[in-house]
Design a protein around this ligand. Structure first.
Ligand code: DGT
Ligand code: MG
Length: 350
């Protein structure tokens, strides 16, 4: 795994994204944008494998040390399939790729993008609405589409929630939560995770991890914090999910469900006071905030898992599983062979 693929231009490339330096600003933006559009489109069609292939190709290009000028410079680099190569070639030769332009103009892609940007709407719901002939946000209201409470809030605050959150805004929300936890349980730490922890200047939401240095003290904390924030008129919407460690029945199979975790979590929309920007006229702006509570023993894994990016996390877990025969998730890192042996033993014994 230390072996790196040598590229024609003398460049080298490690096989897993988590082994590569991937700067925020890179030299191949038009190429990665084209590939990521196709990845998104494949995701909208339910083709997860195809989506991942385009995401992988984009990830390789983000790690190149310079601007790619010919396809030949890539050589036979694994991780970039035939289809992605064609897209890269088109963009290098013509500045655009006709397939990507077609996708961007297609009614289905545009509608799926519009609907999946509603908080609480995933690909399946958006796709069903599209098949029912719905095309706009007004359609949803006029045709009396049944919406969950979460989706209603998402629709109500659609413009705000699709306006990037600035770092200063994320820090201000983090301070407000810090104030709330100090009232409810002094000593609790609040850590800004997600894209902001990776240095992004803006993001789509604010991901905050809460933990307390004494194991067990965090129990019941989230509902108290949320109630207090609510009493201060800082929350426009919230729903919480209890932790589900108790439901865990044995180890998860390597490569199995690893995206969602089992922490206690609050999905919320904050009411953030602002002076400038889109919400300036009314003095506030709606911002999506996730509050996640991790017991101190699992905190390092939670922090790693919630820092992202999604692709980096996926690759880190793939690396752990394929190269180290270990299982990594947001709760722990363990040797899968030993745990399976243990479970086999308990199985025969019980
Ligand atoms: P953003 O918010 O668009 O600027 O970008 P990120 O990178 O902050 O993405 P976001 O907020 O969707 O997620 C932050 C990280 O947390 C991401 O790497 C994936 C992880 N994450 C998000 N939701 C879950 C979840 O339900 N469970 C686990 N384990 N991780 C999650
Ligand atoms: Mg985020």
């Amino acid at each position: 795994i230390e072996s790196r693929h040598r590229l024609r231009g003398g460049w080298q490339m490690a096989p897993y994204a988590c082994q590569r330096r991937t700067p925020l600003l890179h030299s191949n933006q038009p190429l990665t944008e084209a590939l990521e559009t196709l990845a998104e489109e494949a995701g909208f069609s339910g083709s997860e494998g195809r989506s991942l292939a385009f995401t992988r190709a984009a990830s390789v290009l983000k790690a190149l040390p310079g601007r790619l000028s010919t396809l030949e410079e890539l050589g036979p680099l694994p991780g970039i399939g035939e289809h992605s190569r064609r897209v890269i070639q088109d963009v290098l030769e013509d500045g655009v790729c006709a397939e990507v332009e077609r996708v961007k103009l297609s009614e289905r892609y545009q509608t799926m993008k519009l609907f999946t940007k509603i908080f609480g709407v995933g690909v399946r719901t958006a796709s069903r609405w599209y098949q029912e002939g719905l095309r706009t946000l007004v359609d949803l209201q006029e045709r009396g589409t049944k919406l969950t409470r979460q989706q209603q809030a998402g629709l109500r605050h659609y413009d705000d929630l699709n306006t990037p959150v600035e770092r200063g805004e994320a820090e201000s929300i983090s301070r407000a939560v810090q104030g709330a936890v100090q009232r409810c349980l002094p000593g609790t730490s609040v850590t800004l995770a997600g894209g902001f922890r990776r240095g992004k200047p803006h993001g789509h939401d604010v991901d905050l991890l809460l933990t307390h240095p004494e194991a067990g003290r965090e129990a019941g904390l989230l509902s108290r914090v949320v109630s207090w924030l609510d009493s201060q008129d800082l929350i426009l919407y919230q729903h919480s999910q209890e932790n589900s460690y108790a439901l865990q029945e044995g180890p998860e199979p390597p490569g199995g469900r690893d995206v969602m975790d089992r922490f206690e979590r609050c999905f919320s929309i904050f009411r953030l006071e602002v002076q400038g920007g889109p919400g300036a006229a009314r003095g506030w702006k709606a911002v999506r905030v996730d509050l996640v509570v991790a017991p101190i023993s699992q905190f390092p894994f939670a922090l790693l898992g919630w820092t992202g990016s999604r692709h980096f996390e996926r690759e880190l877990r793939r690396f752990a599983s394929h190269e180290r025969k270990m299982v990594l998730n947001s709760h722990a890192l363990y040797d899968s062979r030993r745990v399976w042996q243990l479970w086999a033993y308990v199985g025969t014994w019980g």
